[in-house]
Every structure is written in C-alpha cells, then in structure tokens.
Design a protein around this ligand. Structure first.
Ligand code: ADP
Ligand code: CIR
Length: 346
C-alpha cells in the first residue's frame, strides 16, 4: 500500500467528486492515516488521480476506510445518494411489495432486464486491499456455496484462469461477463493478480449469474430478455437469501451492504433495462429531464463508461443507499414507464 505527502496534481477543470471534495485541509487531515489492513488515503484516491475523467474517483479498501476517511467519503455519499452521516439505511427484499407489471408487454422498447447487487464477505478486506491468498479463499468459499444451489439456480462455476479468449469474449459481448482491464479498477488495485481468483457462476439459461472477485467479491445478477421486471427481482431476492445462508456478508446499520465503491453502498443494487428510445435520443435535454426526475442513470449498452448503440440505452436507478431494494427497482420502473410514454408521443 502506498503513501504520499504531496497533494495530488488535479487539473482545474476536473469534474469528479474526488476533485470537488479533496481539499488541501481534508488531504492534510487524512494523509498519514492507515486502516488495520494498511489501506491509505493515497490508495483510496489513486483511481481518480490516475483517471481524471472519473465521475467519483475514490474506492474503499475495507469497511474501516469509510470511518477513517469519512471527511472525504461522507460528502461524496451525501451528494451521490442524498444520504447524511446521521441517516440509517433500510432494507426490503420482499417482491410482493414491488408494483411492476411489464411496462412493455409487446416488446417494442425493452430488450432485456437485469438487476444486480454487490456483496463482500464479512471480516475480509475489500478488493482494493485484499491479499492474493484472501482473494483465493473468497473464490473457494463462494464457488463452493454456489455449487450447492438447486432448482432454477443450479449451475456451474467457470474460473477466468484457463478460460479461452473466445469463450470470454462471447460472454462479455452477450453482457454476461465483466470486461478485463478496466482502467478505473486497475488504478484502484482491483486487478492485482488477474485473472487468478476471478470467475463466473451461472445457471444453464444464464438468468442467474454471480461474478466472483471483480469490483466486489460477489456481484449477484438476475437477468432475462424482455421487461418482466418483477420476475427478475423475485429470482434475485431468492438467490440472495440462499447465498447469505452460507456466506456472511459485510453489512453495517448505517451504510447497509459494504462495497468498494461508495456509489454502491446500501442496497448495492443496480436495476436496469436495455431499452430502445431512438426518438428521445434525438432530444437529450428532454431525455435527461425525465431520467433526473426519476433518479435514473443513463449508460451505454456495453456497461459503464460505454456509448449507446442504435438508440439503445442502459437505464438504471441511481440511488442505492437510504432507499430499500424495492424502492430502487420502483425508481427504475416508474422512470421507464415515463420514458416509454414520452417516446410514444414523439
Ligand atoms: P454493473 O451493472 O455490474 O455495475 P456494467 O454497467 O459494467 O456494470 O454492466 C455490466 C454488464 O451488464 C455489461 O455487459 C452490460 O451491458 C450488461 N447489462 C447491464 N444492464 C443490462 C440489461 N438490462 N440487459 C442486458 N445486459 C445488461
Ligand atoms: C468513476 O469514478 O467514474 C468510476 N470509479 C466508477 C464510479 C461508479 N459509477 C457510478 O456512477 N455508479
């Protein structure tokens, strides 16, 4: 782990939250601090320092980082989630509370639906501070727990180490597997020892998938073609509860489920649709006004930091902390209904 006494060289036009909240005062107060896993301020900010086009730019090395570096993390958490240091996180994993009849039963707009949560193993450092041995133990424990899944969730584990280039390229292109070599994760220390310890578990239909040791130790994913959002949510809730019986997750009453990126704290949930909105795409101002109103984020169809193709967008909830899992999906659902209505009127 690294340490520095020098305030980083951040350009004046840098727009990340790191650039906004890492004042000289905050830097001086935190620069000599180190968590029990040896994680420092220099480690926490390296991704945003190396990638000045970051939206956020910081990562935590362990649950302790959120306390020790609170003068930097708290204002970022406040701005991203609208969640204060005194607020408490709330959870609701009950699919019966979600009101989400398919908003596009004729399949004119919604191509596919995906909901994922991030999870990390209790009493382990997060990915940016984990050792190779600890990471390998996470892979072993989690893949063994998954191999005991039954029914619709039964599947196989495919380690990245030894996977052919052809197979991994197809899994990535088909939106099932994470990409290699992400520069934001690289600078956060999340790609150390790649590809060892990483892999993907999935059922035969690829409607239930778990990424192991990417940005978080588990990314639990439910996805399918079309817009039956409730079915996707129900499958995910069943899977999370099953996995949690065997793998204790890192969780605090204040921040909910602990993740390496502060944008994922709380529910750690991103519920998205791939949706074709070619007319709205020609009027990005109207498009953005709707997504802002419903707390949604627009991404390209090959994941974060990618571009849209052919008027198809990845639309997802932006807030994840201080709102329940049901609310995260409800944000996405209500916004998608409004987007479809607008597209139809154009
Ligand atoms: P994450 O959602 O895990 O934070 P990304 O934005 O990088 O990360 O997306 C991961 C992968 O999931 C990408 O291949 C992306 O295209 C795919 N994906 C996201 N949402 C959907 C969706 N609704 N349908 C199909 N694939 C999706
Ligand atoms: C960035 O700062 O752009 C990357 N580290 C990714 C941040 C997470 N993105 C998001 O909006 N949820």
């Amino acid at each position: 782990m690294s340490q520095t006494n020098e305030f980083p060289n951040l350009p004046a036009d840098c727009k990340s939250m790191l650039c906004k909240y890492l004042t000289k005062e905050v830097f001086e107060a935190l620069k000599d601090k180190k968590t029990s896993n040896g994680f420092t301020l220099a480690d926490a900010i390296n991704s945003g320092v190396k990638n000045i086009d970051s939206g956020i730019g910081v990562y935590a090395g362990d649950v302790e980082s959120y306390d020790l570096f609170a003068p930097l993390f708290d204002p970022i958490i406040k701005e991203y989630h609208g969640f204060s240091a005194t607020d408490k996180h709330v959870s609701n994993l009950n699919p019966d509370d979600l009101i989400a009849p398919n908003p596009d039963p004729d399949g004119k707009y919604i191509i596919s639906t995906r909901i994922r949560v991030g999870r990390n193993v209790d009493n382990m450092p997060l990915g940016p501070a984990i050792t190779k041995e600890q990471r390998n133990k996470v892979e072993k424990d989690v893949s063994e727990a998954l191999m005991a899944m039954t029914g619709e969730l039964a599947g196989s584990y495919y380690p990245l180490n030894g996977m052919s280039e052809e197979v991994s390229a197809k899994l990535i292109a088909d939106h099932f597997l994470f990409k290699a070599g992400d520069r934001f994760l690289e600078a956060a220390g999340l790609n150390r020892d790649w590809p060892e310890g990483r892999g993907i578990y999935h059922n035969d239909d690829k409607t239930f998938l778990v990424w192991i040791n990417e940005e978080d130790q588990l990314r639990i994913i439910s996805m399918q073609m079309g817009g039956d959002i409730k079915e996707v949510f129900s499958r995910l809730m069943t899977a999370i509860k099953e996995i949690e019986k065997k793998v204790p997750f890192s969780f605090t009453d204040h921040l909910g489920y602990i993740t390496s990126c502060p944008t994922n704290l709380g529910t750690a949930m991103r519920a998205s649709v791939h949706i074709a909105l070619p007319k709205l795409a020609e009027d990005m101002e109207t498009f953005k006004a709707i997504t802002d109103k419903y707390h949604l984020q627009i991404r390209g169809i090959h994941g974060e930091h990618s571009e849209s193709e052919g008027g198809v967008y990845d639309i997802s909830n932006r807030r994840r902390l201080g709102v329940t899992e049901v609310q995260c999906v409800q944000d996405m659902y209500d916004g998608v209904v409004a987007l479809i209505k607008k597209e139809q009127s154009l």
